[in-house]
Design a protein around this ligand. Sequence first.
Ligand code: SF4
Length: 462
Amino acid sequence: MALASSSSSAAISSHSFASQDLKRSKIGSFRPLDRFFLPSTAGISSRKQPSLLKPISAQQKRSESIVPLAATIVAPEIEEKVEEKEDYEKLGEELQDASPLEIIDKALEKFGNDIAIAFSGAEDVALIEYARLTGRPFRVFSLDTGRLNPETYRYFDAVEKHYDIRIEYMFPDAVEVQGLVRSKGLFSFYEDGHQECCRVRKVRPLRRALKGLRGWITGQRKDQSPGTRAHIPVVQVDPSFEGIDGGTGSLVKWNPVANVEGVEIWNFLRTMNVPVNSLHSQGYVSIGCEPCTRPVLPGQHEREGRWWWEDATAKECGLHKGNISQVQVPQLNGNANEAASEISDIINSENVVRLSRPGIENLLRLENRREPWVVVLYAPWCSFCQAMEASYVELGDKLVGSGIKVGKFQADGEQKAFAEKELQLGSFPTILFFPKHASRPIKYPSEKRDVDSLLAFMKVLQ
Ligand code: SF4
């Protein structure tokens, strides 16, 4: 989901269920779980009476009494009780084959008011629909970065009206945004990466939101990003953020649609007649901030529409940075020596030239080369490099006699700093094309590393 995706913000919402009764009777196979509605809330618009629910941005202890500004759900007060320590890894395994509806129901049952759905304004609206179907009160939050598409703002409004809820928006700190924009301009992320802007506009507001919770529900799916989301569990102790009690393990992250494919989500939304963001009909799949999201073409992966000027493994905005697995950590931190020494070299072919440091420096220096080169910057331990090995060897075979040379340069370990500075290395693998008459190499921008895509890239540049 676009939370991070993904993406999100925090808002608490309440739900008036009486107005949904008619819809429920038409739900068909998505029958609500057997739940009694709260007599105190049924039929009462939460907008018309003050709520007892604490807003997500409030960081007071749960026992403190506050009147929220935006919360609209009235949920039952939950008595403080000493809870046994839950084994969430085990729970995640138990729920591995459960439906999203069952998982969300379990999350709401366990956490009550201390959990909220993170809604990005995209197809993660499915989470809200599932929550509605449980019949339990639920909370929704969203991150308003200030850079969303107008369509997304209108969509937020439509969702609030459709579900009779209020989303509690989280905003970035005005002074921090001012500092960033005044010092670096409005589009610094195109120059030096999206992390800094995302940190100010998304991650810190999210951190604030989560500090008021014990759990959050995200729309992350494994099929959204082969680079970073392939192993997300349906339930996990949040590896990155803290909840209201503070400290590691104080926040539980629920990913109820982790195992669901995008097409199934869309079938569900259509069946349930849920309103969707109008950007989807313009070719957008994953939706985030306006300057950092673009439509994708048929056949392109949805994450190719996000931060397209960066490499695949960097495509987490920080909201789900715990997704970056240990095997990928060396490429980001530069501590690859140990791992590299235990793994034998890859992409071994007589048609792929292994370049030494002086060799690639020489290639960089030339403005007029005898022939163009394509060179992959790789690390033998990197699973993405291993995954593209066969197609790169095939590329070498296909280009024999074409006038284009194919090379590889091992750019981890002590070569990493050089490769980052001089060769545009962001993460592995990075593929560069050195045209015949140009001083700077051109970086291959796509995550598609099959032979045909690579050949098409070189063809347009020759
Ligand atoms: Fe900034 Fe782009 Fe991140 Fe939005 S997605 S917070 S505009 S870098």
